[in-house]
Design a protein around this ligand. Structure first.
Ligand SMILES: O=C(O)CCC(=O)C(=O)O
Length: 242
């Protein structure tokens, strides 16, 4: 099925995904980087607010949140991919770090769909403690998954990692002989924009009230002040008391 993929077009600004009409590579283990997953079926919608992961997310971020992005990535084994390290959210958010007592502006849940039990299997690689430090992004000092301080995470299919936007992270090489598959669900504070949508997407009609709220449906038409000041029932909807 076609979908939003990163497009190898030098005209396109970094981090942008374009609708690809042509049938993608049908090899199930072949590279895939697909965005905006909710239209692919109810299982993808269920993950938007599934217990217990969503409860942890609300605990960490508070109730005034949006689902800002969904993504499926398949990383096949190859000698040619060196891995990379970044923070989430682009040029502006990479300058903003999580404070000791403050909630993150954005948080990602990464679901493993395949076991990752050895190093260099496409592991999510993180720099513990780095969410409080500025990632170098200009000059010669480029972080990689092999820079000092990096830790390659292990896990089994079904495990989930939660991490904030400011954690230095990214995939390691995959020399395992197996494709590594993950799903990513990203959440942000309500006043921050979604990556995947400009307006509330049509798929919201197939969602529960809580999922619709997470897709940006406030229950009334946009007016100045919306999203920054939250609907009266925001906490009740997110905690499913409404
Ligand atoms: O592990 C991957 O393939 C990419 C994950 C990642 O770095 C991210 O979601 O920001």
């Amino acid at each position: 099925m076609p979908g939003y993929e990163p497009f190898p077009d030098p005209e396109l600004p970094i981090g942008h995904y374009k609708w690809m009409d042509q049938t993608p590579d049908q090899d199930l283990g072949g590279f895939m980087d697909r965005r905006e997953l909710l239209t692919y079926g109810p299982s993808f919608i269920d993950l938007v607010d599934r217990t217990p992961i969503f409860d942890y997310i609300v605990d960490l971020m508070g109730p005034n949140i949006l689902l800002s992005m969904t993504q499926a990535i398949v990383r096949p084994p190859t000698e040619s991919f060196p891995g990379y390290t970044h923070t989430d959210g682009g040029e502006s958010l990479r300058m903003i770090r999580v404070a000791e007592e403050g909630p993150p502006i954005a948080l990602k849940a990464m679901y493993l769909l395949t076991d990752v039990t050895e190093e260099d299997s496409g592991n999510l690689t993180v720099f513990p403690g780095s969410h409080k430090r500025q990632i170098p992004f200009s000059g010669d000092r480029v972080m990689t998954p092999y820079s000092p301080g990096a830790a390659q995470l292990m896990g089994n299919a079904g495990d989930v990692y939660l991490f904030s936007h400011s954690l230095w992270h990214g995939p390691a090489k995959n020399l395992s002989g197996q494709s590594r598959k993950v799903l990513l669900y990203n959440y942000c504070q309500l006043w921050v924009r979604c990556y995947d949508y400009n307006d509330v997407p049509d798929i919201a009609q197939r969602c529960t009230p809580r999922q619709r709220r997470l897709l940006g449906d406030l229950g009334y038409d946009f007016m100045p002040g919306s999203y920054f000041y939250v609907p009266k029932d925001q906490a009740a909807v997110i905690e499913e008391r409404a």
